[in-house]
Design a protein around this ligand. Structure first.
Ligand SMILES: NC(=O)c1ccc[n+]([C@@H]2O[C@H](COP(=O)([O-])OP(=O)(O)OC[C@H]3O[C@@H](n4cnc5c(N)ncnc54)[C@H](OP(=O)(O)O)[C@@H]3O)[C@@H](O)[C@H]2O)c1
Length: 338
């Protein structure tokens, strides 16, 4: 088997040389355990928070450890009756070709009757889709009629959140993304009302204000504190901010991370801001996945995938997330059966 481990802690943007490819013998599962051959692995911006050497919202990854991530694969050896050989599973697998699992924690079986592509179970039907679902419905307490602003809107979390808001009767859904092609896809394919290329917009605050003259009920933020600062003055009465992610801030040291300075709207407009850890909602994952699968099959929810091939491509696939290179969910295919 092969795996990618952390070779050096990252300082600023991650670089391929922070990682190392290792070869090891294929492990045998012990009692109650089973071995999964990974078919797809994901790269996730949030992984960066464990790679600086200091604890973030998750403890720092020790040097030499395999990198975290999500995977979909097939059980190829089992001493666990619930996961016999041939079962297709999605799970927290990490950057490797094989892993031993116990069946506890974040793991699910791909429904046998599912005709959807296997890779979706680490994309729109994986953690990104679930983040959009629970971020919007449970943290932002979305209601029909809400005017919604989504940052990093062409990523798998943002694109799904915006589409779920539209499907739920949003008054307006505006997305921010870093290229004209991403913006065009958001409007033409994903049904956003408007998308703004923030990299080509000199005064972004003015552009958002012009696009949302009645203000913002929900900010679904994947980017970080600068976006929250920019949007706070536009928040409507009882507005809600879901802090889903902080991709612009993950590479910064705590002292370089922008603060949130204009906090008055929390009082004047009763704005509420709450962070999300999607795994808090694990007991409700199955219901959300069933609903989103049905929406995809009905053509009411779309997605983009950005595929790499081969475990060795994972460091480069990951580093590109912080340059905006990915257009959709970035997955790495390890096995031709996917
Ligand atoms: N809270 C949770 O439980 C949870 C779970 C999963 C994921 N998340 C978070 O959700 C967010 C979105 O995740 P995702 O998987 O859908 O990834 P994603 O949005 O595709 O993240 C990569 C994208 O972020 C944008 N980006 C990168 N650097 C940026 C910067 N400095 N400023 C603004 N945008 C930047 C780029 O898009 P542009 O081209 O548009 O710049 C890039 O393509 C992430 O922050 C992730 O950590 C949270």
């Amino acid at each position: 088997m092969q795996q990618i481990v952390l070779d050096q802690y990252c300082d600023g943007a991650p670089l391929p040389e922070n990682f190392r490819l290792e070869t090891a013998s294929i492990p045998e599962p012990g009692e109650g355990r089973f071995r999964v051959r990974h078919i797809f692995n994901s790269v996730d911006p949030g992984t960066r928070s464990r790679l600086s050497g200091g604890d973030s919202y998750a403890p720092a990854l020790p040097l030499g450890n395999p990198i975290d991530g999500f995977s979909v694969g097939v059980v190829e050896a089992s001493h666990n009756a619930d996961y016999p050989e041939g079962t297709e599973v999605y799970f927290a697998g990490g950057w490797r070709t094989h892993s031993i699992q116990s069946g506890r924690g974040f793991i699910g079986k791909v429904p046998k009757e599912s005709r959807l592509p296997l890779s979706l179970w680490i994309g729109i039907l994986g953690v990104p889709g679930l983040t959009a679902w629970f971020g919007l419905k449970s943290i932002a307490r979305f209601q029909a009629g809400d005017r919604v602003l989504v940052t990093s809107a062409a990523g798998p979390v943002g694109a799904t959140a915006g589409q779920l808001a539209k499907a739920g009767g949003a008054g307006q859904v505006i997305g921010l993304a870093g290229s004209d092609a991403k913006c065009a896809w958001l409007v033409e394919e994903a049904g956003f009302d408007k998308a703004i290329n923030y990299k080509a917009t000199p005064n972004l605050s003015v552009a958002i204000g012009d696009a949302m003259p009645d203000g913002v009920d929900v900010l679904f933020d994947n980017v970080g504190n600068a976006m929250i600062n920019r949007t706070l003055p536009l928040m409507r009465q009882n507005g809600r901010i879901c802090i889903s992610g902080q991709v612009a801030d993950y590479n910064l040291s705590p002292s370089d991370t922008p603060g949130i300075v204009n906090t008055k709207p929390f009082i004047t407009h009763r704005v509420r801001m709450q962070g999300l850890v999607v795994f808090d909602f694990m007991p409700a994952f199955a219901e959300a996945l069933e609903a989103m699968s049905a929406m995809i099959q009905a053509g009411d929810l779309t997605y983009r995938e950005d595929r790499f091939v081969g475990l060795e491509t994972m460091p480069e696939a990951f580093c590109g997330l912080f340059r905006g290179d990915n257009f959709g969910r970035r997955v790495v295919q390890l096995d031709q059966s996917g």
